[in-house]
Design a protein around this ligand. Structure first.
Ligand SMILES: [Zn+2]
Length: 95
């Protein structure tokens, strides 16, 4: 179970954000945003620290395009199914 930025970074996870602004804020009609971007894990770990819980990343982010705080964050393990190569016993890949 990965719970912190440091662990996710060790596992080469990638992080994507998506803006949830649907343009329905207040009475004013704004254009929908739905901004998407991949964030840089190294920068996040550097600025938030290795012990920062990944469950709380979203509440610290803002959409760079519209400035809203309703941001959804998705973590994606690498294509090797998130297996940490250093934790895999020798010969495991040969099976
Ligand atoms: Zn936005």
């Amino acid at each position: 179970m990965v719970e912190t930025l440091g662990e996710a970074w060790n596992l080469s996870w990638r992080i994507h954000m998506r803006c949830l602004d649907d343009g329905m804020q207040g009475l004013k009609h704004k254009r929908e945003c739905h901004y998407r971007a991949e964030l840089d894990m190294a920068t996040l770990v550097t600025t938030r620290g290795r012990d920062f819980p990944i469950a709380r990343i979203a509440e610290r982010l803002r959409c760079p395009r519209c400035g809203c705080r309703r941001v959804c964050v998705m973590f994606k393990p690498p294509t090797n199914h998130g297996i940490n190569a250093e934790a895999v016993p020798r010969g495991w890949y040969g099976r």
